[in-house]
Ligand binder design. Structure first.
Ligand code: SAM
Length: 238
């Protein structure tokens, strides 16, 4: 991967940047995404935020080596704290767990004007982001699922709006994603077949373990998720 040719995962994120945006890429590591977006004309300027010194230095070096210091500002800090309110109209956060992305949004929500587009790519637990969006008045406007190098990634795109707008069956669709659930692509089926097998294994182990209130609760939650996943996959296969 370089700033001319992104991974399929980051290219899919970039596809949702509206042309001419001022983007902020949080957790930018090598600043590949902001460099690519600026060079392709998707972003007119960009901020690359990074909390860890090593990746911050890599991002700084990358931007300098491309001669993009005038249009890409590399800033060290956690989450949205590197931004002035309203400074970016598109925020990308990619390559982290869903709960971490949700906590970055929660901690930095005073920095959001509500005019931004959020493009979020969790590696796991996208449900944590969907729950945050729902609670905070952001409407999911698109979702993608893709496989690259044997890993499955989801991409969630949101704007301020009706947070319930895209949901028909809230509980299920928070887990599966409303767009992904209605599309049921082969990658979606593969993901949930994998999760299902994993949950069944965990449930079997819990059933062997000594009974406790905590175990019973976990079993109930797993049974519910297993039912939802069986149904999601079954509907497609029938
Ligand atoms: N966004 C790039 C991508 O998708 O390829 C890099 C992903 S890398 C796995 C995650 C990066 O996020 C790391 O460089 C890490 O230091 C950074 N990070 C984690 N928590 C952060 C936070 N609260 N604020 C800013 N950066 C953070």
């Amino acid at each position: 991967m370089n700033t001319e040719k992104l991974s399929k995962r980051l290219e899919t994120v970039a596809n949702y940047i509206k042309e001419g945006s001022a983007i902020a890429d949080i957790g930018s590591d090598h600043a590949y995404l902001p460099c690519y977006a600026v060079k392709k004309g998707l972003a007119k300027r960009a901020i690359a935020g990074e909390v860890v010194e090593g990746p911050f230095q890599s991002a700084t070096r990358q931007v300098k080596s491309e001669g993009l210091e005038e249009v890409i500002s590399v800033r060290k800090g956690s989450g949205l704290e590197v931004l002035e309110a309203g400074e970016a109209d598109c925020i990308t956060i990619a390559g982290m767990g869903g709960p971490l992305i949700a906590s970055i949004l929660e901690d930095g929500k005073h920095k959001l004007s509500g005019k931004e587009r959020l493009i979020l790519q969790p590696n796991i637990s996208a449900i944590a982001i969907r729950e945050w969006l729902l609670k905070n008045g952001w409407e999911l406007i698109a979702e993608e699922i893709l496989e690259e190098d044997g890993k499955i990634y989801e991409i969630l795109v949101a704007e301020k709006g009706n947070p319930h707008g895209s949901y028909h069956q809230l509980e299920k669709e928070l887990l599966f994603g409303p767009f992904l659930f209605s599309e049921k692509s082969p990658v979606f089926i593969k993901k949930w077949e994998g999760e299902l097998a994993n949950w069944r294994k965990i449930l079997m182990n819990l059933e062997k373990a000594a009974g406790s209130e905590e175990n019973d609760q976990k079993k109930k939650e797993l049974q519910k998720k297993i039912l939802h996943a069986e149904e999601a996959i079954q509907n497609e296969k029938s």
